[in-house]
Design a protein around this ligand. Structure first.
Ligand code: GLA
Length: 385
């Protein structure tokens, strides 16, 4: 297949009859550990994928934005009035309009632009194709307009596009990963103050590989369930009298849980508090190069998501169990849940066998065949020129 940047350029030329002024890329992500902790002011550890969304663009002198996308094969067009009304532009164009809105709402003079978008990030696979789109468009507009918006402040604006314009109540992780990740590193992000540390994550040197299995499970009720998990966490923090579940110490967990009114709330809180600790534990292991030892923590995270947070589905659990049975050092669902992808940490020489075992287990359960590939940590948003 043609390289994604070339497809964006070709789409741009065909649509607008001129060459783009530049091209900007932003990656999809997987989250190594720290699930549903971001909106609890906690810790996450995502890394960027080598799969990217590319925006080719030129500025135009009016407050209008025209966007061609390879996925739809169509153009969307909107002006300042539509951009300034959250929710007015719908579908994939809404993510672009949302970025224009978030920038304008923050007082930036966003240049009008013509854009063309191509992407290798699969849609609906839990790899944050929407954050990749927001991040690519944001960095293109920032560059084209010469806007004074430092990289570390960009994720919040991209998140506002998603929360307030598109209307999805997601946290800060995906946009931070798309914008701030570094090749060869995982991004240790404190979601309360947005401080980051780039943690070396050298799988090759450890003789390991990270297998990403696309469960191909349809995202069942993902939006409503995500919002209800978030609401449950915020309610629990209120009951406990803390600003966010981040403020519950793992050492006090027993006492904390006894103050909660029902078993379901206790399990939701236990997931978030123990998951934050698993992020810190994995960061500590990676800092000292003990990569293979993170496996059991990945698997513990999965059990917590399955039993306490209740966000897994049978396809996902099957993939994790089959990967572990075939010798993976650890495996877990990554992302918001109810479908999406599974990560399996494997000996590099065993990657094919583990992938095969998952495919066999799927066939045995009558599930549609899963997808799989091995990945290395890639870079965040990049200007391609
Ligand atoms: C989705 C959201 C993120 C995060 C994860 C769960 O990917 O967009 O903000 O909450 O789910 O960790």
């Amino acid at each position: 297949m043609t390289h994604v940047a070339d497809r964006a350029t070709a789409g741009f030329r065909t649509t607008y009859g001129v060459s783009p002024a530049g091209r900007w890329a932003a990656p999809g992500r997987v989250n190594l550990i720290g699930e549903h902790t971001d909106y609890n002011d906690g810790f996450v550890l995502p890394f960027a994928l080598p799969l990217r969304t590319v925006v080719a663009a030129v500025p135009q002198p009016t407050d209008r934005w025209t966007v061609w996308s390879e996925v739809s094969g169509r153009r969307a067009e909107f002006g300042a009035a539509e951009a300034d009304t959250p929710g007015r532009v719908t579908g994939w164009g809404g993510y672009v309009a949302g970025v224009v809105w978030a920038l304008r709402d923050a007082g930036y003079a966003v240049p009008g632009a013509r854009l063309a978008i191509a992407s290798d990030v699969p849609l609906g696979a839990g790899l944050s194709s929407s954050a990749a789109l927001e991040a690519a468009v944001l960095t293109a507009l920032v560059d084209l307009g010469g806007l004074d918006l430092p990289t570390e402040r960009q994720p919040r604006l991209a998140q506002r596009a998603e929360n307030a314009y598109v209307g999805a109540p997601t946290g800060i992780m995906d946009q931070s990963a798309a914008i701030r990740c570094r090749a060869g590193h995982a991004l240790f992000l404190d979601c309360r103050d947005e401080s980051v540390e780039h943690i070396p994550f050298d799988l090759d040197a450890a003789g390991l590989a990270m297998l990403v299995v696309d469960s191909r499970a349809p995202h069942r009720h993902a939006d409503g369930e995500y919002a209800s998990r978030r609401a449950a966490c915020e309610k629990a923090a209120g009951l406990l009298g803390v600003p966010a579940l981040r403020d519950v110490a793992v050492a006090d967990l027993g006492d904390t849980l006894s103050r909660l009114p029902d078993d379901q709330t206790r399990r939701r809180v236990r997931h978030v508090v123990t998951e934050n600790q698993r992020v810190l534990d994995i960061v500590a292991l990676l800092r000292t190069g003990r990569v293979p030892e993170i496996g059991p923590l990945l698997t513990a995270s999965h059990a917590s998501m399955r039993d306490d947070f209740e966000i897994t589905v049978p396809e996902i659990d099957t993939a994790v169990e089959a990967a572990l049975a075939a010798g993976a050092l650890g495996a877990r669902m990554t992302g918001g849940g109810f479908g999406g992808c599974v990560l399996a940490l494997v000996e590099a020489t065993a990657a094919d066998d583990v992938a095969h075992a998952v495919t066999e287990a799927y066939a045995g359960r009558g599930f549609a065949a899963p997808g799989h590939h091995t990945v290395l940590p890639a870079a965040g948003t990049t200007r391609l020129g």
